[in-house]
Write a protein that binds this ligand. Sequence first.
Ligand SMILES: Cc1ncc(COP(=O)(O)O)c(C=O)c1O
Length: 380
Amino acid sequence: MTVPFLDLKAQYEQIEKDIRREIDEVLKTTGFVLGPKVEAFENSMAELCGTKHCVAVNSGTAAVHSILWASDMPPGSGVIVPPNTFTATVEPVILAGHVPVFVDVEEEYYTLSPEKVRDYLESSGSPGNVVDPKSGATVRAILSVDLYGQPANNHALEEIADEYGLILLEDACQAHGAELSGRRAGSFGQAAAFSFYPGKNLGAFGEGGAVTTDSDQMAEKVRMIRDHGSREKYYYERIGHNYRMAAFQGAVLGVKIKHIKSWNYRRAEAAARYDQLLRDLPVKTPSVREGALHVFHLYTVHIPERDGLREYLSERGIASGLHYPIPLHLQKAYRHLGYEEGDFPVTEYNSVSNITLPIFPEITPEQQQEVADGIRGYFG
Ligand SMILES: Cc1ncc(COP(=O)(O)O)c(C=O)c1O
């Protein structure tokens, strides 16, 4: 039996009728950009996140860029980011004219470590005046990442941000519907970014993204940024971009968001099944933070040397992924920031030890057994 990493066809079969009806309505109106389907989706997404606003954009990268841009920090500000994330967390920091400042992640959850952030801040200045020793940039923000489907320790990061007068932003691109102590991913800090890349827990039929926030001002700025800095046709108040969501994506996401809670529930069930199947094998299964609802966008396990296992599984038709194989501080694109191997040991350990197993709401117990048997076979 082969096991795919993700099976979007199985999902489409459940919702095909509704999707076709919604897409047909868009076709008939010929309104292909933003419009009522996107607005309806924004309302549902704000409700899911428990935020006052949701502003839909056309990718998660655009969403991260928009929240950084709308923060209106002076050019060249330092933004604390984890090196253990997808490049699209950090790339927009540079696109927005700022300086990424890497701080390592927690050993247990692989998300930005509040202790290490505090150590960094204490050794680089005092509240209201933190200067990054490497770049000379004044640190003004923390961009936390809710990784693999669970929130970072955003409560602790929020406290630190308040104490040091920093802006907290949240990259929730992997955590649709996740929670921490009753608060939804997307509701921490000043604003959050989501991606609706097709493989996400909530995926569009193409690219898509959104910003969630409780701030009227932030929402208004992001609405302007997504439409060339304009609030009113022919008037350009600031520099923006074309980050508008396509109407088709709003229509698709409006159908899919109705299923997100049950899909997330099934992912969590599948994760619990893997935990059981793998319990006597030498792999470290994912840890769930106390008080967190983990929505298992990814089920990432760790073994000291994962390449052999990945190859063994692949030969048996079992797909797997790597999140992430090369830490961002060691990528060519970020070399100019001056970091070196050894700077972030937890991220570096993760890069050689992580392997992500297939997980999606429709995965069957038989498919999961096949994956577990494959891992058992590898260990002999
Ligand atoms: C943590 C993180 N940030 C940002 C992004 C960027 O999203 P997109 O691919 O929709 O631009 C992603 C998506 O893969 C992500 O996982």
